[in-house]
Every structure is written in structure tokens, then in C-alpha cells.
Design a protein around this ligand. Structure first.
Ligand SMILES: Nc1ncnc2c1ncn2[C@@H]1O[C@H](COP(=O)(O)OP(=O)(O)OP(=O)(O)O)[C@@H](O)[C@H]1O
Ligand SMILES: [Mg+2]
Length: 338
């Protein structure tokens, strides 16, 4: 591991047992998170984003089993930790999570401030007044008035509850904060306020952030580097600038078309026809092939390997050498909807 890597994950896979067979929700995913960066993970619903980070944090539901060849955090081989040791030593203290639908994660019968105070005292031997001071500070960081510590969750709006969960994730000063869809379900104005706070937090604390969202415009605005997931795999990884200025994978090209651009206000939105794969049983070939307007015979049969197409840019597509043609055609609606 180099000094710049905070987290390195190699070959992480997750299967869920179901009555229909095993759902291969995450397959052979490898990535690094560097110090002081926002690492974005984007992809449509069901592509395995939450499963990936829940496996990393050992928070999978009982029917999920994960394997990885290695997971190192701050140079330590945390993959070999027992579940108990991982929960004691890593979870919340060193890596925290703002879970998907976090705004529903607060306990309705306790005051919001008390919940954060108790979270701190569960892991640190500090007095109640010291913990209270810390929570006041954290409320300030996320833009909540200190008086609101005395409120109950039902007195908070969705955006305020989301801010409280972000305060909770900062409570123990972890090196890595994972935010799973932190703005989904909030109205656009509140989304923008939360994202602005996340940016400010990032400037103030030295933590790295993994930001997960299906909204590629949000991820572009917030992240230093981005991985795009499809069908439980990472199909393209690059710096945010490279991913938006020089995308390679047809799925990334399609996602870019499907979200309002942050720079071009009047671009026409073009959806990607079809739906993501069910991920049950063995698959052959590229999982995006059934929806890809550029696929050829190889794509249906052979799983594409990761190719390096730039200094920090990898793509898993057989047609990566035809990228100029792909980019030009991908911008036309008729390519996707004929
Ligand atoms: N407990 C479970 N049992 C069986 N299958 C599951 C379970 N949890 C998730 N899955 C399946 O695993 C796949 C990945 O789901 P996951 O929730 O990780 O996706 P996601 O990218 O986070 O989606 P979203 O954007 O909707 O949050 C999906 O096919 C989903 O149906
Ligand atoms: Mg999810």
C-alpha cells in the first residue's frame, strides 16, 4: 500500500441467498480510497452500491455472504479481523456510515441531541457535559442550531434529520465517512444545502468521504475520483474530470445523457432503455451487453477485463479502442431509442 491510500479493497464479492438462487450483488470489486479525497460511487438502482459498503462494514443482512482477497485500512489488514474486533476497533470510530434513508434512522422516542451524546459515550469515556459540548460543535458544523438538540426526530424536517445523521457520522472523528445517498428523497434546495455542508465539512475535517448516489450530476460536482458500477461490478473508474470530459464505457455515456448536465443547461435527457440485470446465477459476457447500442458478438460471450486508458482511468469494455465513434454516436437519441 502506498502512503496516499487510506482504504484498499481487493476482489470483494457478495452473494445473497434467496429462494430464486444466489443474487451476485457485488462481483470482484477492487478500489482504493485516498487520504483527504471524496471518492464517488455511482450507478442505477440495484447495481450493488449499498451492498458493497455494507459488506465492507460487516453490516450485511443475514442472507448475505462476502469474500475479499484483501481489505486494508490505514495499512492494517482489517479483512482478517473477527466481526467483534471489526465492530469494536473500526466501525464508527474509524469508518462511519450515513446509511441510505438515514433520515429514518433516528430513534423517535429520544431527543436528537441525546442520541448523538449517547453514540459518543458508547465509544469514548467522556463525561456527559464533554459529549454535549462536542454535539453542540457538531450541530454547528452541519448547520443545526444548538437548541435543536432538545427536539425529537418528528419535530425535524427530512433535511434536518439528514444533517443530524451526518453530525452522528462525524461524532468520533473517523478517518473515513461513507454517505449512502445522502440527498436522495430531499427537495432540490435542501439537497443543495446538504451538499454545501458536506463540502464545508470536507474542508474543515481531514476525513475522506465515500459518496454513493445514483445521481451522476451530484457525484460529478462533489467527487475527486469516481467509480461507475453496473451489475455488481465497477465498469469505469477515473478522476471526476476525466470521467466527464472523456468517458469510455457505453454505460457511463448513457448515464451522462440521462441526467441534467451541470454545465449544459438545455441538453436533452436521453434515458438508457431496458433494466439492469437480475444478477441471479452465472452470467457470461458483459452484463451491459443487452442494453448496449455498441455491442458485438464478443460482448455477449466474453467478460471484458479492465483496461487502462489514462493515468488514473480504467474501463471494462471490449470496444474501448473505438471510443471516438462511441462518444459521437452516444450523444444521439436515435442511437439508444431506434
Ligand atoms: N437482503 C437481500 N437479499 C437478497 N437480495 C438483495 C438483498 N439486498 C439487496 N439485494 C439485491 O442485491 C442487488 C444490489 O442491491 P443494492 O441495494 O446493493 O443496490 P444499490 O445500488 O444500493 O441500489 P439503490 O440505488 O436502489 O440503493 C439488487 O439486485 C438487490 O435486489
Ligand atoms: Mg443503495
Amino acid at each position: 500500500m502506498t502512503d496516499t491510500n487510506l482504504l484498499s479493497v481487493a476482489n470483494l464479492s457478495v452473494g445473497y441467498s434467496t429462494s430464486q438462487g444466489v443474487v451476485n450483488a457485488v462481483s470482484d470489486v477492487s478500489f482504493d480510497v485516498r487520504r483527504n479525497e471524496v471518492f464517488g460511487i455511482a450507478g442505477e438502482s440495484g447495481c450493488g452500491k449499498s451492498t458493497l459498503i455494507r459488506a465492507l462494514l460487516r453490516l450485511l443482512s443475514n442472507n448475505g455472504v462476502s469474500t475479499a482477497t484483501s481489505i486494508t485500512y490505514e495499512g492494517e489488514d482489517v479483512n482478517s479481523f473477527s466481526d467483534d474486533k471489526f465492530r469494536d476497533a473500526i466501525l464508527w470510530k474509524r469508518i462511519s456510515l450515513v446509511p441510505q434513508s438515514a433520515m429514518n434512522s433516528l430513534n423517535p422516542v429520544y431527543r436528537v441531541g441525546d442520541q448523538v451524546i449517547e453514540a459518543i459515550r458508547a465509544h469514548r469515556s467522556v463525561s456527559r457535559s464533554e459529549a454535549r459540548e462536542r454535539v453542540e460543535f457538531l450541530f454547528d458544523v452541519v448547520g443545526l442550531q444548538p437548541e435543536l438538540m432538545r427536539s425529537y426526530p418528528h419535530e425535524f424536517s427530512g433535511g434536518m434529520r439528514q444533517r443530524a445523521m451526518i453530525a452522528m457520522s462525524l461524532a468520533l472523528d473517523p478517518g473515513l465517512i461513507i454517505m449512502d445517498e445522502p440527498t436522495t428523497g430531499l427537495d432540490v434546495l435542501v439537497q443543495e444545502q446538504i451538499l454545501r455542508r458536506v463540502r464545508e465539512i470536507r474542508a474543515e475535517v481531514s476525513s475522506s468521504i465515500i459518496l454513493i448516489t445514483h445521481d451522476i450530476a451530484v457525484i460529478a460536482e462533489m467527487s475527486d475520483r469516481i467509480s461507475i458500477m453496473y451489475g455488481g461490478k465497477i465498469v469505469e473508474s477515473a478522476t471526476a474530470i476525466d470521467l466527464f470530459e472523456s468517458p469510455f464505457h457505453p454505460y457511463t455515456l448513457g448515464l451522462k445523457n440521462a441526467f441534467p448536465s451541470i454545465s449544459v443547461m438545455d441538453n436533452e435527457l436521453i434515458s438508457i432503455p431496458g433494466t439492469p440485470p437480475a444478477l441471479i446465477g452465472e452470467e457470461s459476457g458483459c452484463l451491459f451487453e443487452p442494453r448496449c447500442p455498441f455491442s458485438d458478438a464478443t460482448c455477449a460471450q466474453i467478460l471484458p477485463q479492465s483496461h487502462s486508458v489514462g493515468e488514473m482511468h480504467q474501463v471494462s469494455c471490449h470496444r474501448h479502442t473505438d471510443v471516438t465513434e462511441l462518444r459521437e454516436k452516444a450523444s444521439k437519441k436515435s442511437t439508444w431509442h431506434c
